[in-house]
Design a protein around this ligand. Structure first.
Ligand code: ZN
Length: 430
C-alpha cells in the first residue's frame, strides 16, 4: 500500500507531501516532498499511532453515572466496585470490545490494560483461571487494537488486611499463585503480557520481589501515590513513602511505569528519575477523581520519561490528556509553557513502556500505525497543522482515519461504536 500524506509528523519534524510505502504492516519507505506521487492521497495532518498506557476497560461503564456525586476517590471506588461485581467473561468481553473500539476511533493504536478483575464471585477461579484476561485480549484483537495485558497482582485490601467483598475477585492469594496463573497466558504478534503491582496497599512488601522476578525485565506497572491516604498508610506500616518502599524492594527500573505519581516528595522524584522509570500521567481521571496534580515536569527533569493514559475513561481523548498535563502545570504555577507541543506528542506516541519498541514513529522499519487528523474541522481550522495544533487544538473527534499495522481500522463512521457501547453498558448496569 502506498499513501501520500498531505502533511505528517516525522521523527525530525513536520513534513509535507510524504509518500509512505507499507508492506507486511511496516513502513518500508518514507519520503517527504513527493508532491507528484500517484499514491492514494490522504488530506490533513497524519501523526503516529497513540499509546494509551493505562486503562481499566470496565470503568467506561461509569462515565456519566458517577460524576454527579459528591465525595472522594474512595466513594467513587464503591460505585466502581459495584460494576466490577457484575462482570462475567462474556459481559466483560462485550464491554471491553466496545470500549476498545472507542479508543481506536480516537487514534489509540496500543492499549496497556491494567487488569485486576481475575476471578469469579467470591474469588472462585473460572474453569480457565485466565478467562477474564483472555476476554480482554480477544476484545482488543477483534477491533484491531494492539494490547499489552498488564496482569495485576492484588492480594490485600490494605496494609495487613485481607481482600474483602469484590476484592476477592482480584486476588490470587499469593504472588507465587499470581505468577503461576500469568505464566499460562500467551502472546501474539498483536498482544503482549506484562505485569503490574496494583499498589503498595494491595501487594504486601515481602511479596513485591516475586512480582518483579515474574516480570522478568518486561513492562511492570504500578499505581503510585494517587492518594494522600495511601502515603499515610504506608508511613504508618513501613515508616517510608510508597516510592521508597518500591525502591527498597527492587521494583523501580527502566521497564517500570509509575502510574499517577501524584503526591511525591523531592526524594521520591529523585528515586523515580534515577531509576529511569516512566511516569504515566492520566490527567482527565486525576481531575475527575480529585486526586491532585502530580509533578510531571519535575519527574521529567529528574530523568523519568512521560507517558499518558485515560485510566478510568471518564474521557477517552489523548489529545485532551496532552493538553491537560500542560494546563495543570499552568494552574499550579501561574506560569505558561512547561511542556512543548513536541514533548506532549512524544509522550502520547510512546509505546515502549508497554513493551512495543517498534511503534510510534512514521519511519522505515516501524509498525505502520497512522492517525489522520482533520485540519479543516471547526476545531482545527487555521490552527497551523503543527505539534502545537495537535497538543493544544485537536480533539478525538478530529480523528478521521486510523491504520494499525497497515490495516485501516476507522474510516470516519462512529455510529456503530456508540451503538455497541450502549448495548454493552446497559447490559452491565441493568
Ligand atoms: Zn488505574
Amino acid at each position: 500500500m502506498r499513501l501520500l500524506l498531505e502533511r505528517a509528523l516525522l521523527p525530525h519534524g513536520v513534513a509535507d507531501d510524504v509518500e509512505v510505502l507499507i508492506e507486511g504492516g511496516r513502513f518500508v519507505d518514507v519520503r517527504p516532498g513527493l508532491r507528484d506521487s500517484a499514491a492514494t492521497r490522504v488530506d490533513g495532518l497524519t501523526i503516529p499511532g497513540l499509546a494509551n498506557c493505562h486503562s481499566h476497560a470496565f470503568h467506561r461503564a461509569l462515565r456519566g453515572h458517577t460524576q454527579a456525586e459528591r465525595g472522594s476517590f474512595w466513594t467513587w471506588r464503591e460505585q466502581m466496585y459495584a460494576v466490577a461485581e457484575r462482570l462475567t467473561p462474556d459481559s466483560y468481553y462485550a464491554l471491553a470490545r466496545a470500549t476498545y473500539a472507542e479508543m481506536v476511533s480516537t487514534g489509540i493504536t496500543t492499549v496497556g490494560e491494567f487488569h485486576y478483575l481475575h476471578h469469579g464471585p467470591g474469588g472462585t477461579a473460572y474453569d480457565d483461571p485466565n478467562a477474564m484476561g483472555k476476554a480482554l485480549i480477544a476484545a482488543a484483537t477483534d477491533v484491531g487494537l494492539r494490547i499489552t495485558l498488564l496482569d495485576t497482582c492484588y492480594l490485600a485490601s490494605g496494609f495487613g488486611t485481607p481482600p474483602e467483598g469484590v476484592q476477592q475477585r482480584y486476588s490470587d492469594g499469593t504472588a507465587e499463585a499470581w505468577a503461576a496463573r500469568v505464566a499460562d497466558l500467551s502472546e501474539s504478534p498483536t498482544s503482549r503480557i506484562g505485569a503490574a503491582i496494583h499498589s503498595v496497599r494491595a501487594v504486601p512488601a515481602d511479596q513485591l520481589s516475586t512480582v518483579v522476578a515474574a516480570a522478568d525485565g518486561g513492562p511492570l506497572h504500578v499505581h503510585l501515590s494517587e492518594q494522600v491516604a495511601e502515603n499515610e498508610a504506608c508511613q504508618a506500616a513501613h515508616h517510608c513513602t510508597p516510592t521508597e518502599l518500591l525502591h527498597d524492594h527492587g521494583v523501580l527500573h527502566s521497564a517500570t511505569s509509575a502510574v499517577h505519581a501524584t503526591h511525591l516528595t523531592e526524594s521520591d522524584i529523585d528515586l523515580l528519575g534515577a531509576a529511569q522509570t516512566t511516569s504515566c500521567f492520566c490527567p482527565t481521571t486525576e481531575r475527575d477523581l480529585g486526586d491532585g496534580i502530580g509533578p510531571s515536569r519535575a519527574l521529567h527533569g529528574a530523568g523519568s520519561r512521560l507517558s499518558l493514559g485515560s485510566d478510568s475513561h471518564a474521557v477517552i481523548d489523548l489529545f485532551e490528556e496532552m493538553r491537560a498535563l500542560e494546563m495543570n502545570e499552568r494552574l499550579r504555577t501561574q506560569q505558561r509553557g512547561h511542556w512543548s507541543g513536541a514533548e506532549l506528542v512524544a509522550a502520547a506516541t510512546r509505546h515502549d513502556s508497554l513493551g512495543w519498541s517498534d511503534v510510534g514513529q512514521i519511519a522505515i522499519g516501524q509498525r505502520a500505525d497512522l492517525v489522520n487528523l482533520a485540519t479543516d474541522s471547526p476545531t482545527t481550522a487555521a490552527t497551523g497543522a503543527s505539534y502545537e495544533s495537535v497538543a493544544m487544538a485537536t480533539s478525538a473527534y478530529d480523528v478521521r482515519r486510523v491504520w494499525i499495522d497497515g490495516v485501516r481500522r476507522l474510516d470516519g463512521d462512529r455510529a456503530q461504536v456508540g451503538a455497541d457501547l450502549t448495548k454493552a453498558i446497559e447490559e452491565v448496569r441493568r
